[in-house]
Design a binder for this molecule. Sequence first.
Ligand code: ADP
Ligand code: MG
Length: 290
Amino acid sequence: YKTNIEDLEPLGELGSGTCGHVVKMLHKPTQCVMAVKQMRWSGDLEENKRITMDLDVVLKSHDCNYIVNCYGVFINDADVWICMELMATCFDKLLKRLSSPIPEDILGKVALATVKALHYLKERHDVIHRDIKPSNILLDSHGNVKLCDFGVSGRLVNSKAKSGNPGCAAYMSPERIQPPNGSPDYDIRADVWSLGITLVELATGQFPYTDCNSDFAVLSRVLQDDPPSLPIDSNFTPEFHYFINSCLTKDYHQRPKYKRLLQYPFLTRYETKYVDVASWYAEATALSAR
Ligand code: ADP
Ligand code: MG
């Protein structure tokens, strides 16, 4: 469907982050409401070539149910607009709204969807996400969990002034913070670490490296401390503990890749177990609205 930018009517901002902002918009000809991510091109030609290639990946990922559907993109000299399906919320907003941690059953579905999306990106498009965090894992009103912002996020210049957003650096793996041989050649397992941090945050209700008042303080602790884990005296199952501990293996050579993770009992459980995510979401947000 060929469309013009004039066909879009802004309905309000959904949020903004390190590399642009996301606006809810009505596509007037079809009456379809969508989420439009607005970003600015960087000044560098080579960089921009890569952005274009990444956009290509976004548009080719229709066949994965765990990735937010992209309808199309608008590109001009200054900006890139990515039009995507409108989701109900992201897990960052959800956690803030609920003021209580997310249950294990929900996180099982989150972990399974995220690992499948990342596995798909790697196998089909040879893409590393690089920005796994609660705000890039979205939920729709039917209870589907989907990943967004892959590949693009790391390559666009921030249209907002960004002086070290702790949100992004905070989920970074030890080998990205400090490359073992001085050269940055990390692999997909950097995203596995970020998923581990994300799940600990969602399961406990708080970011695991507390009391850090700068990016540098967080990064130092990621390197120095033992990896975070779920509290021992919690009601989480041993399989969940084990999954988290494996994702948060500091030495990335020992950290599992997606093929192996998909066979972990925590993920095989949610491959078959029915969880009514949609009802949980409806009830949890209704409670928090009271
Ligand atoms: P960040 O992910 O760093 O918070 P983004 O600019 O990527 O910043 O996104 C800003 C916010 O927009 C996110 O927190 C998310 O809640 C919201 N958002 C992004 N994409 C969608 C979407 N497809 N549907 C609904 N909300 C979205
Ligand atoms: Mg994002």
